[in-house]
Design a protein around this ligand. Structure first.
Ligand code: 5GP
Ligand code: ZN
Length: 115
């Protein structure tokens, strides 16, 4: 999609520090990390918000989670664990309107989701 930051990253028009890529999914380091490990996992298909997901996206979302596991093994933080967060809309604090899954790790994040 034109004028979408993450679509531009997918197309290589904006550089990113890639962690993983296949035909459907791209993962790269967050530019402003909130934890020692902070990776964004996105579908290559442009979907603005989680609430725009449709039935046909169910396999894609499943693939994103198995890809997250693959990345955790590849990057060596599978055993230590991590947190996955997906923000949606205004109250969810979503800033980039292309769905994305934050992988956070590299330290104990504690039981609270909101700090
Ligand atoms: P949101 O608040 O929408 O869930 O998260 C958007 C995330 O994208 C933020 O954590 C922010 O740091 C990250 N981000 C914004 N612009 C860029 C960029 O140009 N490159 C990368 N790698 N991350 C970005
Ligand atoms: Zn997009």
């Amino acid at each position: 999609m034109e004028d979408c930051l993450f679509c531009k990253i997918i197309k290589g028009e904006i550089p990113s520090s890639k962690v993983y890529e296949d035909d459907d999914v791209l993962a790269f380091h967050d530019i402003n990390p909130a934890a020692p490990i902070h990776i964004l996992v996105i579908p290559k298909k442009h979907i603005s918000k989680l609430t725009d997901l449709s039935k046909e996206d169910e396999a894609l979302i499943g693939k994103i989670y198995t890809t997250i596991n693959k990345i955790a093994v590849q990057e060596g933080f599978s055993e230590d664990g991590f947190r996955v967060i997906a923000n949606c809309g205004k109250n969810g604090g979503q800033e980039v309107m292309h769905i994305h899954f934050h992988i956070l790790g590299g330290r104990e994040l504690g039981p609270k989701i909101i700090h």
